[in-house]
Design a protein around this ligand. Structure first.
Ligand code: SAH
Ligand code: SF4
Ligand code: F3S
Length: 444
């Protein structure tokens, strides 16, 4: 039996695309391996949102040349967002001649044919700029096999692509225009998942709040949530990512009133200075963002707020950066993903003249991380002594493991039979990122 080694980089869209790629490869009779040396197919599902992971791909791929020399039948492939950039595609093609299978984010469904061609010795390159949409709401991903990495929690796409064009971001160029799935397709997929035992879904999109805007029918993200909330047997609904500009009061109301929608909101702020936000083309000011946070917290008490922040965006002054620090302090995020601005070829910000020196960016990110770590620690400590609803996800070396509605990981003692159940856990201890507790109530 042939074996594949699959490595996935980037965001949850890529994680989920890899679940489809796995599904396809298994259906072709391939088996998965974690041992790269024994693979007949090595495939990298890549990300290009920042430069560092891209460099890593080139480094690793160069090292696989040796494997290819030892086994000429080995197929080495690159897919995902990197291939969607014209210049990068050219580089991959020229600098990595031993890579023989290259396909784009809109070509995943073509994998069986492309792989068959590679298997007989052809060097295959297929990267489409946009998905081949037959009709509104139709998508090539519908009905492809999916091999999910978890048996209780599932990713479900609701909207593909992005047309926001934040000036730093490459995603709109590599993922195509915004394109919503039909509400009934989403509902069917979720209902089928619940039927097979799934308890939690995470709805995916670069901007889930834009869901439905491209469809001719009357629908919205909040009405989709309402519809999914009525599916019996489903315990939890999560979603990512929300754009602050499109976060309307209907969505806040839905989060407050729908029992399955968890109290966690990932709301990337990117910067605390309105001047920087304007240059980023984010479509909101510092004040808009703070107002929004206040509304959300009022409507959904105890909600966990997480965010993404970029430091060293072109033209960011010390004063601008201090506004980011003060916003972080004022909001008090549960946690934050922090990034050093990385110029991406083809995006407007990469051409701005006032790029921030690397040392300055580094110094700023250290200060930001230090502040956020302090705040994160306060948040997690506050949970000690509280009772939390936990979905029991499985067992690891530290006992049963699950997550709170606010997406905190908790370990506790208990029997295997609780896996898949909602239990109430009293939190007894807090580490840096995870909690320990004891079960005080089971609903089963
Ligand atoms: N669609 C999501 C995020 C997609 S990318 C959103 O709009 O929030 C994930 C994160 O990567 C972004 O939120 C941003 O913080 C970061 N990012 C995007 N482009 C970047 C760049 N050029 N340099 C550094 N960080 C970047
Ligand atoms: Fe990138 Fe902005 Fe789209 Fe998010 S909303 S994917 S940051 S362009
Ligand atoms: Fe990266 Fe593509 Fe996601 S660029 S962040 S994997 S959409």
């Amino acid at each position: 039996m042939k074996k594949f080694f699959l490595r996935t980089m980037g965001c949850q869209m890529n994680d989920h695309d890899s679940e489809v790629i796995k599904g396809l490869l298994l259906s072709l009779g391939y088996d998965q391996t974690e041992e790269i040396e024994e693979a007949d197919l090595i495939l990298y599902n890549t990300c290009c949102v920042r430069e560092n992971p891209e460099r890593k791909v080139y480094g690793n791929m160069a090292a696989y040349k040796r494997l290819k020399e030892a086994n000429p039948n080995l197929i080495i492939g690159i897919c995902g967002c990197m291939t969607q950039q014209k210049a990068e595609l050219q580089n991959i093609f020229q600098q990595l001649p031993h890579v023989d299978l290259i396909f784009g984010t809109h070509n995943i469904h073509r994998l069986p044919e492309l792989l068959a061609r590679a298997e007989v010795g052809e060097r295959v390159v297929e990267v489409w700029d946009e998905a081949p949409y037959a009709e509104e709401g139709q998508d090539f991903r519908e009905n492809l096999p999916v091999e999910r990495s978890h048996r209780l929690k599932a990713f479900v796409n609701i909207i593909y692509g992005c047309t926001n064009f934040c000036t730093y971001c490459i995603v709109p160029y590599v993922r195509g225009r915004e394109h919503s799935r039909l509400p009934e397709s989403v509902r069917e997929e979720v209902a089928a998942l619940v039927e097979t035992g799934y308890r939690e879904i995470t709805l995916l999109g670069q901007n889930v709040n834009a869901y439905g805007k491209d469809l001719s029918m009357e629908t919205s993200f909040s009405s989709l949530l309402k519809e999914l909330n009525s599916i019996e047997g489903l315990a939890r609904i999560r979603f990512t990512t929300s754009h602050p500009r499109d976060m309307g009061s209907d969505l806040i109301h839905a989060m407050a009133s729908l029992d399955k929608v968890c109290e966690h909101l990932h709301l990337p702020v990117q910067a605390g200075s309105s001047r920087v936000l304007r240059r980023m083309n984010r479509g909101y000011t510092r004040e808009n963002y703070l107002d929004l946070v206040e509304k959300v917290r009022k409507a959904v008490p105890g909600i966990a707020l997480t965010t993404d922040i970029i430091v060293g965006f072109p033209g960011e002054t010390e004063e601008d950066f201090e506004q980011t620090l003060s916003l972080v302090e004022e909001v008090g995020f549960d946690s934050a993903f922090t990034f050093i601005y990385s110029p991406r070829e083809g995006t407007p910000a990469a051409r701005y003249a006032d790029q921030v020196p690397e040392e300055v960016k580094k110094e700023r990110i250290y200060r930001l991380i230090e502040l956020q770590n302090k705040i994160s620690a306060q948040h997690i400590q506050r949970l000690v002594g509280t009772e939390q609803e936990v979905l029991v996800e499985g067992r690891d070396t530290q006992g049963l493991v699950g997550r709170t509605r606010t997406n905190r990981q908790v370990h506790f003692a208990g029997s295997e039979e609780l896996v898949g159940e909602l239990v109430t856990v009293e939190i007894t201890e807090a580490g840096t990122w995870t909690l320990r507790g004891k079960v005080v109530h089971t609903q089963a």
